[in-house]
Design a protein around this ligand. Structure first.
Ligand SMILES: Nc1nc2c([nH]c(=O)n2[C@@H]2O[C@H](COP(=O)(O)OP(=O)(O)OP(=O)(O)O)[C@@H](O)[C@H]2O)c(=O)[nH]1
Ligand SMILES: [Mg+2]
Length: 137
């Protein structure tokens, strides 16, 4: 059987002035359901990753991204799905951050992210964020 194509996903890390980041809980019926995630979603055929990031963060958490920079890219194989998470730090946006799709959400200080259960691919994202924090406290 042919292997399915890797899904390209735009993921945004939104940080508030206190240094906490915005996470929400995936709906139970979805892939990696009930786990916590950073907002984002699949890059559509007609978009580049920055356009996808802007669209997803507007749809999911109500903001207009004005500035973002690439943080890391994680290629990860789940047993049922292969993903490429293209992770961006959102450095400028307008609008009040809130979850528009009925997901539970919370602001969490980076050093407390370990207390939440994320999909396995996110371990590398969280290490990267905690590394940044250690280098620029
Ligand atoms: N948004 C997001 N997706 C993640 C994260 N970590 C991770 O493994 N994923 C995986 O990336 C894939 C795509 O994300 P998604 O379900 O948000 O895609 P989407 O918003 O386009 O939703 P859709 O499924 O309704 O089209 C899922 O398989 C999900 O499990 C994360 O931190 N944020
Ligand atoms: Mg999504």
């Amino acid at each position: 059987m042919a292997k399915s194509k890797r899904v390209h996903v735009a993921v945004g890390v939104i940080q508030n002035p206190d240094g906490a980041v915005f996470i929400s809980r995936r709906h139970a019926h979805l892939h990696q359901g009930d786990k916590w995630e950073f907002p984002g979603g699949k890059v559509e055929a007609n978009e580049d990753v920055f356009q996808a990031l802007c669209r997803e963060l507007h749809e999911e958490c109500n903001i207009a991204v004005q500035q973002a920079s690439p943080l890391t890219a994680i290629s990860f194989d789940y047993p049922d799905k292969q993903v490429l998470l293209d992770v961006w730090m959102v450095t400028g946006f307008s609008g009040d951050v809130r979850q528009k799709e009925g997901q539970e959400w919370v602001w969490v200080p980076v050093h407390q992210l370990d207390a939440y259960q994320f999909p396995a691919a996110n371990v590398a994202i969280i290490e990267c964020l905690q590394d940044c924090l250690r280098r620029n406290p």
